[in-house]
Design a protein around this ligand. Structure first.
Ligand code: BDR
Ligand code: CA
Length: 308
């Protein structure tokens, strides 16, 4: 099995991605490292532990990362995910505790343990991975693939007109990561939009009589209502699409390689992902950009994640 390390800020769509990863027969989730993002670290850690419990994988260690972005304070996405990040449904707390080791150190240690084999997937702000890279810039040499959910590659942002949430939350961290990692596979917000799930299909899947579907129906209810009101008939599960591609890269129908850098300044463009589509800068192609994924495959992966 391929060892899989997930850095995440759960988060309703993170939760679906994690269930998908746990359900995949080809991959073994070796740890969750947790970032602040959708909500504060206290909640994202709590949610990661909860998710392991729901998946029946309490053996998977959970490591807490850094509570704040590297330089500037940022705003969370509680308006999308609920104040607790999991839809404000008062879930009972999990007894299990987070590990003592810091997420950035755990990432480095596991990169040695699984050197040359590791699939690293980032589903939240890149703070922990940036710290790991600052501590040890040789990290990329030990990672086989690195998949990031983040960015808005033609400028269709979701948190600002120019920027996607994960990058906008900690642009300096994203800059460190994109300027240090030689090759990153990016599933951005626009790929998410191209692969929305029809609410009526999701509702049907969530009505299934499985523990995972029941849990997910509960925690996603608030965000699905918000999404239907504000965005229409499709629901955008960004992290689930990124995970689907990470687990089954053969489902990526259109993938473009280009140089990508992060905008750190700009009164309207901070956090934008600048793709050098025409290769004008001479910078190396440091990213593979997901443009199109096999939708039927994605929907099958979502259903399997829910235990259908
Ligand atoms: C990303 O931001 C978060 O709100 C989601 O969990 C996802 O990782 C989408 O922009
Ligand atoms: Ca996320």
């Amino acid at each position: 099995k391929i060892p899989l390390l997930i850095d995440t800020d759960p988060g309703v769509d993170d939760a679906l991605a994690l269930l998908m990863a746990f359900a995949d027969a080809q991959h073994e989730v070796v740890a969750l490292t947790v970032a602040a993002g959708n909500v504060g670290l206290e909640y994202t850690v709590r949610n990661a532990l909860k998710l392991c419990e729901v998946a029946g994988r309490e053996d998977v260690p959970v490591f807490a990362g850094t509570a704040d972005p590297l330089v500037y304070p940022a705003e969370d996405a509680a308006h999308v995910h609920g104040r607790d990040g999991f839809g404000d449904v008062d879930l009972p707390l999990t007894a299990r505790k987070v590990e003592a080791e810091h997420a950035a150190l755990a990432i480095l240690r596991l990169s040695h343990q699984y050197a040359g084999e590791l699939l690293l997937v980032a589903l939240g702000p890149l703070t922990n991975i940036a710290l790991a890279l600052k501590l040890d810039p040789s990290l990329p040499q030990r990672v086989k693939r690195f998949v990031v959910m983040g960015g808005a590659i033609t400028g269709h942002g979701n948190i600002t007109p120019a920027a996607e949430f994960n990058i906008a939350f900690d642009p300096e961290a994203a800059h460190i990561v994109f300027s240090t990692f030689p090759f990153i596979e990016v599933a951005d917000w626009e790929a998410t939009i191209a692969h929305g799930l029809m609410h009526r299909d999701v509702e049907q899947w969530l009505a299934a009589d499985t523990a995972k579907a029941r849990f997910y129906e509960l925690i996603s209810r608030k965000t699905r209502l918000w999404s239907e009101d504000s965005r229409g008939e499709r629901w955008y599960a960004a992290d689930a699409l990124a995970m689907a591609w990470a687990l089954q890269p053969e489902g990526g129908k259109v993938v473009e390689q280009r140089p990508l850098s992060i905008e750190l300044t700009g009164s309207r463009s901070r956090g934008a992902t600048i793709v050098d589509w025409n290769r004008q800068t001479g910078a190396p192609d440091n990213t593979a950009l997901l443009i199109g994924y096999d939708q039927a495959r994605f929907e099958a992966q979502v259903q399997r994640a829910l235990g259908l």
